[in-house]
Design a protein around this ligand. Structure first.
Ligand code: ADP
Ligand code: MG
Length: 728
């Protein structure tokens, strides 16, 4: 194995650059491989085009006849681009994207075949899905679920395959993927927000969309190094490894110039993303060495989620071409910043108004305040669900590590808006005098845009921060499917807006004017959600203590965070809004717990193998050299040899003691793991892994990392941190 490490280093110096040239302007690549609205206009009849725009814009059903027409157009367009197969492209709960390719090619009589694709093939496909996670929903005898076309996200081509974005549902009707509940939540937020808009602010509002702009962080590591590290290959992170002498202390990577090989990778990734309709716009270095970020322009949330899943997919493929591996893991390297995926979230009307953007006049600002305060209230009520939506085994290594938001959910809004809310809290109950109204409108609400304009308040330590015209959810992990947090966010906001509407209407019925009623309800919300607002340093120990006093939960581990998901109030919000049934919530919860345990089981097995098969034998080999050396000293110096060989002698002893500890600990680790795997209850099992298996892995790592510092560098089999991070 040590050979692999040195081969990788050697290869680096001779690795040819894969030069990426652009043949045209970036804008000309955009949507090349997407069956976009523009392409549809070209390929479809007027009737079919109208039908599909209706489906995209207002969720109208598409008739069977029209589906046939669309299928034919899709086939023609694809064949012209050299496509041979099609697949329903979906996002099962194991976190990856899935596809099952079927050929257009269809034999029709002996010696004769055609390319065939029709409406029913477009609408539905049956993957052999018995091994996707279902949390016990899909019994083996009803082994299969089916995928169904999501016409709101356009089809696209990868290589020679037409991909049709789809949902994945069991035969008994339960959802088995990320997209289905997301689509339901997006529908609910549309209904609830449109209702509020129409009733109080703009009678012409037809639709409200949730918008999402994600920012994807990742590491790029040379493939040779990854091949020499079984832990990176199998778990996506380093389970061992001593911190390098030079880390990120110098902060010289952040916004520094991008290395050439990386630049070529980025160029190709951007070109391919643009072809697939992903509107990537930003790239830069991140804080850690070899860490980068890519962000697109924000889009409608369902499309943005698909685009992020697609991006994670193509990143991996393109990286290989440049002899890189993309590490999406939240914490590939100990002691070095991890990766997250900020989710910027807002709401926009069909006329393009951003509901979280202050407007030009008091009325628009009251609208802004309404959605702003309701968001804070939603998070105050259901922050737990936000926490559980981002809970994964891999994100646990990052959250609260002094570089990423803590596990405590709080909202940051900046001092300017804080003082606006403080003032609003003082608004008198019930009816307002004309003077009070004027004062409120002109001096408080009316001044919001000015306040925000020169407000550069930024707080990087908050998990949920208002950034001028959107909220940024920062605790999401870099491997996450954004659908999960987006489902939660839009579900709790839909529920919140419904409640708000009821309360305001009740006050109006009692004789209050519309604005008065809104102010009255907002005032109460500001009061009751105060505990969730925090402007200070989220990384500090003081906040942990303060949060405890406020009664905010600090759910530091995934098992704890997932247990909360099954509290009655949290199940109720899904059931009440119709996003998920109780059975589905429980099944999904179980899937997540199982995923947690499985991941830790894999990590512990890999770690044990590495310790036993790589580290201990290497340490023994080095120890033997030392023994030979000491023996030699004894030959030369006789009884006085210890005067010269003292250090070597101590090293021999130390290595022995690390080795025997490693032996003991790996045995115990594997025993614990095997025991845990047998446990019936998913929650208990996950907790056992968390409390017993994880700490033991840390102990093992300690001994290995000590050995790494002692053993001759020439013998060490695994690429070291400094090599993976600084050699290019
Ligand atoms: P920064 O936060 O670095 O100052 P921006 O404010 O431009 O940068 O936006 C960061 C991210 O927020 C981008 O991915 C962008 O697409 C997204 N974003 C901007 N406006 C919205 C919005 N209304 N809804 C959702 N995401 C948005
Ligand atoms: Mg950001």
């Amino acid at each position: 194995m040590s050979i692999l490490r040195f081969k990788a280093i050697e290869k680096l110096s001779t690795l040819p650059d894969r030069e990426v040239l652009l043949e045209k302007k970036l804008s000309e690549y955009f949507c090349d491989n997407v069956f976009s609205m523009d392409t549809m206009r070209e390929y479809l009849t007027k009737e079919a085009y109208k039908s599909i725009s209706g489906a995209v814009e207002s969720g109208d059903k598409i008739s069977r006849d029209i589906a046939d027409q669309i299928a034919v157009a899709l086939k023609d367009w694809s064949l012209a681009k050299g496509v041979t197969h099609y697949t329903h492209w979906f996002q099962p709960l194991n976190g990856a994207t899935a596809e099952k390719h079927d050929s257009f090619f269809t034999p029709i009589e002996p010696g004769k075949a055609i390319e065939r694709f029709n409406g029913s093939m477009l609408i539905q496909q049956e993957p052999d899905a018995s091994s996707f996670p279902s949390g016990g929903i899909r019994n083996t005898f009803e082994a299969r679920g089916y995928t169904a076309w999501d016409p709101t996200s356009p089809a696209f081509i990868i290589g020679t395959t037409l991909c049709i974005p789809s949902v994945f549902i069991s035969y008994t009707g339960e959802t088995l993927d990320y997209k289905t509940p997301l689509l339901k939540a997006l529908y609910e937020i549309d209904v609830a927000a449109t209702d509020v808009m129409k009733s109080y602010f703009d009678r012409n509002t037809k639709k409200v969309q949730a918008t999402l702009g994600w920012e994807q962080e990742y590491f790029l590591i040379d493939l040779g190094f990854v091949n020499a590290r079984p832990d990176l290959q199998l778990t996506g992170r380093t389970l061992l490894g001593h911190a390098p002498a030079k880390g990120q202390q110098l902060d010289d990577h952040y916004f520094g110039s991008i290395p050439a090989r990386t630049m070529n990778f980025m160029k190709e990734l951007e070109r391919e993303s643009l072809k697939l309709g992903i509107p990537v716009t930003t790239r830069h270095n991140e804080v850690a060495p070899n860490q980068f970020e890519l962000a697109p322009m924000f889009e409608e949330a369902n499309l943005a989620v698909d685009h992020n899943s697609l991006l994670m997919d193509i990143m991996a493929r393109i990286a290989r071409k440049h002899h890189f591996k993309v590490l999406l893991h939240e914490k590939p390297f100990k002691g070095v910043n991890g990766s997250g995926k900020h989710n910027n979230w807002s709401l926009a009307t069909d006329s393009g108004d951003n509901l979280l953007s202050p407007g030009k006049n008091p009325k628009q600002n009251l609208q802004f305040l309404t959605f702003f305060v309701n968001t804070i209230k939603a998070v105050a009520e259901y922050g737990d669900l936000i926490r559980s939506a981002i809970a994964t085994a891999t994100n646990d290594y990052r959250l609260g590590a002094g570089e990423a938001p803590p596990a405590i959910i709080s909202v940051f809004i900046g001092s300017a808006l804080s003082s606006v809310l403080d003032e609003l809290e003082k608004v008198k109950k019930g009816k307002l005098s004309p003077d009070e109204k004027t004062n409120l409108k002109l001096n408080l609400v009316g001044k919001i845009p000015e306040i925000l304009l020169d407000n550069t308040d930024r707080n990087r330590t908050s998990p949920f921060a208002f950034t001028g015209n959107k909220f940024e959810i920062r605790a999401v992990g870099s491997t996450a499917n954004c659908a999960e947090i987006m489902t939660v966010m839009n579900t709790i906001m839909a529920k919140q807006l419904r409640d708000f509407k009821k309360e305001v209407d009740a006050l109006i019925k009692k004789g209050l004017k519309k604005d008065e009623a809104i102010f009255n309800v907002l005032r109460e919300y500001i009061k009751t959600s105060k505990k969730i607002r925090f402007e200070g340093d989220g990384y500090s120990q003081a906040w942990v203590e303060e949060a405890k006093k406020r009664g905010l939960k600090n759910l530091v581990s995934t098992p704890e965070a997932l247990a909360i998901e099954l509290e009655k109030k949290n199940i109720d919000v899904y059931v009440e809004t119709g996003i998920l049934t109780e059975r589905e919530v429980r099944a999904r919860n179980e899937i997540k717990l199982e995923k947690y345990s499985n991941l830790l089981a894999i990590e512990s097995q890999v770690l044990a193998d590495l310790a036993r098969n790589h580290i201990v034998p290497t340490a023994i080999r080095y120890q033997n050299e030392l023994i030979e050396n000491v023996k030699g000293l004894k030959d030369i110096f006789g009884p006085d040899f210890m005067e010269y060989g003292k250090e070597e002698f101590e090293f021999i002893q130390k290595i022995s003691s690390h080795n025997s500890e490693l032996k003991r600990l790996t045995e115990a680790l594997l025993e614990d793991k095997d025991m845990a795997i047998q446990m019936e209850d998913a929650q208990e099992k996950a907790e056992y892994f968390c409390k017993n298996v994880k700490p033991r892995m840390e102990e093992i790592r300690f001994h290995v990392d000590e050995l790494e510092m002692m053993v001759d560098d020439e013998m060490w089999p695994l690429p070291k941190y400094r090599e993976m991070m600084f050699l290019r």
